[in-house]
Design a protein around this ligand. Structure first.
Ligand code: CP3
Length: 352
């Protein structure tokens, strides 16, 4: 059964994060930070040492629940984000996924059409069962005012990791395939989108109250490819999820989409839009906030640097978006070298 909180019973959400996502303009904007759980926190680094690998960590409900709750205890953010990774989906599709210290993710490179045809979404929710157990535990443990966000990668971003075998500099292999064999690559995107729908749906059924789609590499595609590989599969995910869970808002985060942001919002049907730091607040206020609640977009490096530069930027962002629905966040994830004191100062400013 869906646990879309109070939405169904009372007709309107009460948690500040969910109220903003439902289109309400709040006097104090709710806030959370992408990668709010992670290596900048000493308690995370200690917890992480106990796990054999990063995936084991993600699949340990004890540890993943604790990692999700750590930043909530310390800072009282308005939302918790499930501790997991976008690359659990390729793992569930049967691909080998590892993480190397200081190097990031390493995946078995997918390059052949036969490998695409061998992918199967059957069993995806079963293989990711520990993640849903984490969602249930976190939901029970959260303070009454704190919303729980589930997430997945966008199909294009997940495909880049599967084909390139990790983070890429020029996306040569994945673009060559996407542009040279649109049909075959389309089948790969279809498989990832289908798995993503099941994965997000299971997170919602387990207690996630909103979900975010991280399209981290949206910014490397030209406009036609962006429509075909980002907008179309995202619209498919949004349509399926909204049919199954009509009260659960979906936040799209097409990082680097630039002038395609507007088309992304209007054509995918996402309920809220995450802004990267390069989007000028004034432009977003005029062209995006009228379409959907906006979330963002402090440069993570300003949080790392702190001081007057950070405070000025925070003030500008909050001022720009104050007359419409808005969730304060970064424009990308917290950097590992970020001083905890700067995050504490940011929270103090946002609480007012
Ligand atoms: O706090 C949160 O935001 C929730 C947890 C979360 C993680 N990854 C944990 C993590 C979320 C939402 C993600 C999303 C994710 N993962 C994205 C999209 C957002 C983005 O950053 O663009 C991407 C592209 C990934 C893939 C990924 N996972 C990479 C490239 C890396 C290596 C880079 C790095 O920061 O180490 C990871 C590993 C990872 N995922 C870590 C964490 C906390 C660090 C691993 C560690 O603790 O050793």
């Amino acid at each position: 059964m869906e646990r879309g909180v109070n939405v169904k019973r009372t007709g309107a959400p009460t948690k500040p994060m969910l109220r903003a996502l439902a289109g309400e303009t709040l006097a104090r904007p709710p806030f959370w930070l992408m990668r709010q759980a992670g290596r900048y926190l000493p308690e995370y680094r200690e917890l992480r040492q106990g796990a054999a690998s990063f995936l084991d960590f993600c699949f340990s409900p004890d540890r993943a629940t604790e990692a999700t709750l750590q930043p909530i205890r310390r800072f009282g953010f308005d939302a918790a984000i499930l501790f997991s990774d976008i690359l659990v989906v390729p793992h569930a599709l049967g691909r080998a996924v590892g993480f190397r210290e200081g190097e990031g993710p390493v995946l078995e490179k997918l390059r052949q059409r036969e490998e695409v045809d061998a992918l199967t979404c059957d069993g995806v929710p079963e293989r990711l069962a520990p993640v849903y157990e984490t969602v249930r535990r976190v939901r029970k443990a959260l303070p009454a005012e704190t919303a729980l966000i589930g997430f997945a990668g966008g199909p294009w971003t997940v495909a880049t990791y599967m084909v390139e075998g990790g983070t890429s500099r020029d996306f040569g292999a994945v673009k060559r395939w996407a542009f040279g064999d649109a049909e075959g690559f389309g089948v790969l995107i279809e498989h990832i989108a289908a798995a993503t729908i099941e994965h997000l749906s299971a997170q919602i059924a387990s207690g996630a109250e909103a979900v975010q789609i991280f399209e981290s590499w949206a910014g490397v595609l030209e406009a036609d490819a962006f429509r075909r590989l980002v907008i179309a599969p995202t619209r498919q995910i949004v349509t399926s999820l909204q049919a199954r869970h009509p009260h659960v808002p979906i936040i799209g985060f097409p990082r680097g989409a630039g002038l395609m942001y507007r088309a992304y919002v209007s054509e995918t049907g996402v309920n809220a839009i995450g802004l990267d730091s390069a989007v000028p607040c004034e432009v977003a206020r005029k062209t995006l906030q009228s379409l959907a609640p906006v979330q963002g977009n402090l440069d993570p490096m300003l949080l790392l640097v702190g001081g007057a530069a950070m405070e000025r930027a925070v003030g500008n962002i909050v001022h720009a978006f104050k007359d419409g629905p808005f969730v304060f966040n970064l424009g990308h994830g917290v950097l590992p070298e970020t001083p905890v004191a700067n995050v504490a100062r940011l929270v103090e400013i946002l609480r007012g």
